[in-house]
Design a protein around this ligand. Sequence first.
Ligand code: ADP
Length: 255
Amino acid sequence: MSPTDPNAAPVIAVRGLHKSFGDNEVLKGIDFEVRRGEVVALIGPSGSGKTTVLRSLNSLSVPDGGTVTFASGLEIDFSTKVSKRDLLALRDCSAMVFQHNNLFPHKTVLENVIEGPVQVQKVPVAVAKADAERLLDRVGLLEKRDDYPFELSGGQQQRVGIVRALALKPDLLLFDEPTSALDPELVGDVLAVIKELADEGWTMVIVTHELAFARQVATQVVFMDGGVVVERGAPAQILVAPTQERTKQFLHRIL
Ligand code: ADP
């Protein structure tokens, strides 16, 4: 079965997701699904609700309505009161890489990477360390294992952020504009790591303004505007031949 087989069960299915902040209805019924091995690029103008979708998948934001269903069988209906246990279970399904890497400044690179596995997943320290070293080696940062985040470049910090997410072995990796806070010359290294992960078959949702990257790496592009999914489909369809006027205008502005 190819990693993006349309008949594969979705790793995650999102149905009718709603979220308001006070009077501001930010998500107005979001639907999409992500199949195993898919890379979904979530694109759209600033303020369209992309980050709120991503945060909802990781329990950092709690929607007011809609359902999220994972292949593991976990289904959460946000129109009813969601238990803390379910929110924690939802959080365990994915790992987030933030725009600013959010590393603990007083912990070394290695300590940052093993924190989640050891503290949350109760992985033995020796096992977590061996795993962290293997992952750091993969992104060329093993020799930085005992450095503190401030001793690294922004691109290196972001690669540690990615390793920290991988160390949790999630079903789904979530990236929130992973390169937008980086100097232009550092962007390529981070995108290269994400491309490698895609090639390895990791399932990912990436909020990004890097449309050339989305074209190259994504299997599905979801275009959002004003809290709705305007259209979604293969990159060649959405980024090259969109059918909706709003998508055309957005691409015209950004390209
Ligand atoms: P995008 O990622 O597409 O830029 P966001 O999901 O960050 O969009 O934001 C969508 C809207 O939700 C914006 O109007 C933003 O101001 C609002 N918003 C996001 N998070 C909060 C919050 N915690 N409290 C209040 N408003 C928020």
